[in-house]
Design a protein around this ligand. Sequence first.
Ligand code: CU
Length: 629
Amino acid sequence: MSIHPLEPLSPREIETAVGVFRTQHSDEKAFFCSVGLVEPAKAAVKSGSADSRIVRLLGTDTNGDGGFEADIDVTVGAVVNLTRLGFEAQAPYGYADIDIATRLTKTNAEWLAAVARRGIATATEADLELIQIDPWPAGGYPHPAIPPGHRAMRCIAFLREDATDNGYARPIHGLTAHVDLTDRKVVYLEDTGDIPLPPDAGRYDAAHQPATRTDLRELAITQPDGSSFEVDGYRISWQGFDFRVSIHPVHGLVLHQLSLKDRPLLYRAALSEMIVPYGDSDPMHAWKHVLDASEYNMGTLINSLKLGCDCLGEIHYFDVHQVTWEGKVKTVENAICLHEEDYGIQWKHYDGQSQTSEVRRSRRLVISSIFTIGNYDYGFYWYLYLDGTIQMEIKLTGIVGVSAVTEETHNPAQSPLVARNLASPVHQHVFCFRLDWELDGGPNALYENEIEVLPVDDENPDGTQFRAVSRHLIDEHSAQRNVAPEKSRYWKVVNPESKNAFGVPVAYKLLPAASPSLFARPDSAVGKRGAFGRHHLWATPFAEDELSAAGPHTVMHDGRGGLPDYTRSNRDISTCDLVMWHTVALTHVPRPEDWPVMPVEYTGFHLIPVGFFDRNPTLDLPSTCHGAD
Ligand SMILES: [Cu+2]
């Protein structure tokens, strides 16, 4: 078999898996949430002995439990595992759940009456088409009328002017339908009273703008000799970097087996989980803390990208294949974008004495995908640089969550105005990345580095001196750390056995952003379900099944899964097959400029070589000044 064990699933493999599953599972109401490759054991991949292809199908049916997890070996055409998921750790929400929750809400007599009472037409099918239902996960705060273990969502609603309107400009405020998906009914309609629809449209499409700028001249990116990367299937090589890409149903964009100049760096690097907790007291928002990756299957919400719009220049695209809720193959074309970008200068010096200048251009390889999860759009961009630096940049855009408010109900500290009678709650976006290191083949050790200001003494009379100190993090508990920008704190992955020209062990450092941590109290539902957000750094010794910062199945789960669970026994990590978990977060206090669509906001982190090379590795860059005569 010539197929690489980490090659993404082909349409044929998905068809086979669904077909085999159906022979053993006769429920015609089986709805699929996702399909994914069960990545073979790391040791088997590395030794070249991984020879089976296991496809995992997750979904729900009429069984009334948390759904099914079916693993199908498509090389032999057999179900090798069929697990019923329990009440407390269910299959992710899929398109079928969204569809059912929407239909149940729109056909509920009490809900229809409450909408009509607000002066909104509901008489015809066309009227109802204009009402947008957003079903949200109810986990953490299920309505007391929903029996424990039932699958639940909360549905909020918005009114559109027409099918192409901004779906969020007019919240039908104060109305939340609590839906029991297991019993297929609205169990409770929460109605906190009428608030008028905000008066202004929130159109952001070009056709609705009063004018379009005419003074932006064309900016063309051309590479007349083609790009400098090579692609073989889903394997990519560029400037000494070599790696594979895939899309995971939960983790989204994944880099596999990343090496630089034949030296291994990372076995696997990807988002593991994210949570978006809201800080507002408004009953429409106070409970919101969606685990977008695992509850909604972020990978299945990937965009098909468009040349010249999403990506500019000489692009190579990768398609991905997924499953629809009925079990058909769905191909998302152009789902992963690969291209090079000029990135200003790599280095420069002007020598005054000789009046000569030496300067080299920097460029980066960009691997990116964009996921739309309800109102928000998240872009994940991996950048590889000529000097060995690796960067993850998250781009947050889309439409902020909103409330309709009056002068009496407006609470600016928790929900600033973004338009007339429209407020947007304060919230956080908390992302946890799992970085499975194999620096120079491993094993690896983890250090915390920071600056220590030296005391005033005879050697330091003015108190101006400081030094870099380094501390070995030897077990899981001592590796639960937070950022400290005031101390220039960073974390360093070291290979103690691999030394550079100066006899110093080679390293890569993780340079974090100045992130907040999770604000919710640790013993709150949000604090328990998003516990990974308490620390910016976690570390574990590699374990095959530890991939999920909040636990593998989070729908209706009460929390404490994932990292708190993995690290409970405080395992030794002093020198090991090291997995680093990095939480990066931002707090969003919405502003008028975020409406009606949000200019991209950025966050992320860098991985930077420290003594991995013996000197600046970019001295060999050509000194050509492109575009000059
Ligand atoms: Cu936000």
